[in-house]
Design a protein around this ligand. Structure first.
Ligand code: ADP
Length: 237
């Protein structure tokens, strides 16, 4: 009996180690790609910039957007690395942070409409403010990225539990993809998603933060109709 427990322990250590290895290897790959693209455009300018000035606009634009990508990736990697060690906890009113985040995003995308429909309820939890703010940020940015119309955020309570829902009417997610989108670096359409500037880390970060705060996240989606992400707040609040 002891032996089984010991073997199980070794297996789980091995599995953890393999996950870490896969993570580091994915992260390096994702960082190398923009570096290579930036370097090749820099070389192109160096070699042909003088004789073909029309190349400059395109190259500088590409360098800029790849640098943005890298910046976002590094920020998100730091977030994943940091959140395990951070223990600054306080009472956080999720309704307030949702309102603040909507305001910030609305200012950045004035042409889009983000609607909030909040029922009265208890949306206070004990947790880390900086981490919790990431959740509405990630889910609203995704809803905007993967749809073209309004985004609806609703907050409600049901049977003593509180929920925050993020709804879009965009491209949707096929049912076989719905579990995988929460994996680190997973993107449904890698090629197309390069254009939307995704890193594949957003939902993994949101899920980790939600779960360390004893909450749950689920998705309901229909291809071509849209997606709804539901964040159930932890019960201990
Ligand atoms: P990304 O940086 O690629 O957006 P995420 O982890 O946030 O990374 O999301 C993973 C993938 O899940 C996305 O690449 C996209 O394919 C899919 N996805 C996430 N949110 C939505 C949404 N609201 N509508 C459709 N697809 C989505």
């Amino acid at each position: 009996e002891m032996e089984i427990t010991f073997n199980e322990m070794i297996d789980s250590l091995k599995e953890n180690f393999e996950k870490q290895e896969a993570f580091v290897s994915n992260a390096s790959h994702e960082l190398k790609t923009p570096i290579q693209i930036i370097k090749s455009y820099a070389q192109l300018i160096e070699r042909q910039g003088k004789s073909r000035p029309e190349l400059l606009d395109e190259s500088v634009g590409a360098i800029d957007s790849e640098a943005d990508r890298m910046q976002k990736l590094v920020e998100q990697l730091l977030l994943l690395a940091k959140h395990k060690n951070e223990n600054k906890k306080q009472e956080v009113n999720i309704r307030e942070i949702v309102e603040q985040v909507i305001q910030t995003i609305q200012n950045a995308y004035p042409e889009r409409r983000i609607q909030l429909d909040a029922e009265k309820g208890n949306y206070k939890i004990h947790g880390n403010l900086d981490q919790l703010k990431q959740i509405p940020y990630i889910l609203i940015e995704n809803a905007l990225k993967y749809s073209e119309t309004d985004v609806l955020v609703s907050m409600y309570s049901d049977a003593g539990k509180s929920f925050i829902q993020f709804k879009d009417f965009g491209e949707g997610i096929a049912s076989e993809e719905q579990e995988k989108i929460f994996d680190r670096f997973y993107r449904v359409d890698r090629a197309r998603n390069r254009e939307t500037g995704g890193t594949g880390l957003g939902l993994a970060i949101a899920k980790e933060i939600i779960e360390t705060h004893s909450g749950k996240i689920t998705v309901e989606s229909d291809v071509g109709k849209g997606s709804t992400f539901t964040w159930e707040l932890g019960e201990k609040h």
